[in-house]
Design a protein around this ligand. Structure first.
Ligand SMILES: Cc1cc2nc3c(=O)[nH]c(=O)nc-3n(C[C@H](O)[C@H](O)[C@H](O)COP(=O)(O)O)c2cc1C
Length: 148
């Protein structure tokens, strides 16, 4: 019998890149810690999961969840003056989540990730240069241990 649960879930995924208004370094790691703590709290209430990669002064974030919650959350993120030069890399309906156990996992990109960057066509962590396929490949690699 057809159940309501079989109806489309209205799940969406949004990926964007941005640049921190604070230079990379210990101050940025502390700022990301604060952002992540707030994000985990808010995203849990909104049924959003995702992944935030940062390195040097760059951010690459993937958000997934109910389409209305994604848009409302991104509207707040867009206006946050802790970052600038936001580039939306992709926004699309999806069937399933990539990071379903994590309201916001985070990862600091470092030299050990050079191979993953190269696989995505980058020589440095410059996520604004990625298209959606490249971003998904890189996020899948960087976030490998958070996925299930
Ligand atoms: C790089 C970056 C990523 C962020 N990610 C999220 C997020 O996933 N969820 C969220 O609620 N806020 C996120 N924020 C924070 C929002 O911009 C905003 O400060 C926060 O949602 C406000 O929450 P409040 O209204 O509960 O104080 C992020 C901010 C930055 C700079």
């Amino acid at each position: 019998m057809f159940e309501f649960d079989d109806a489309p879930k209205g799940l969406a995924r949004l990926i964007y890149a941005s640049r921190s208004t604070q230079p990379g370094g210990p101050g940025l790691s502390e700022q990301v810690r604060i952002i992540t703590a707030k994000s985990i709290h808010n995203n849990r209430l909104a049924n959003i999961t995702g992944f935030l990669a940062f390195g040097a002064d760059r951010f690459l974030q993937l958000l997934e969840g109910p389409v209305g919650e994604i848009d409302a959350t991104f509207e707040r993120i867009r206006h946050d003056d802790r970052h600038t030069d936001l580039v939306v890399i992709g926004r699309a309906p999806v069937e399933r989540r990539m990071f379903r156990d994590w309201n916001m996992a985070q990862h600091q990109v470092s030299a050990v990730d050079q191979g993953l960057l190269a696989d995505a066509g980058l020589t440095a962590f410059a996520p604004d240069q990625l298209d959606e396929d490249g971003a998904l490949k890189l996020l899948g690699g960087l976030g490998g241990r958070y996925r299930r």
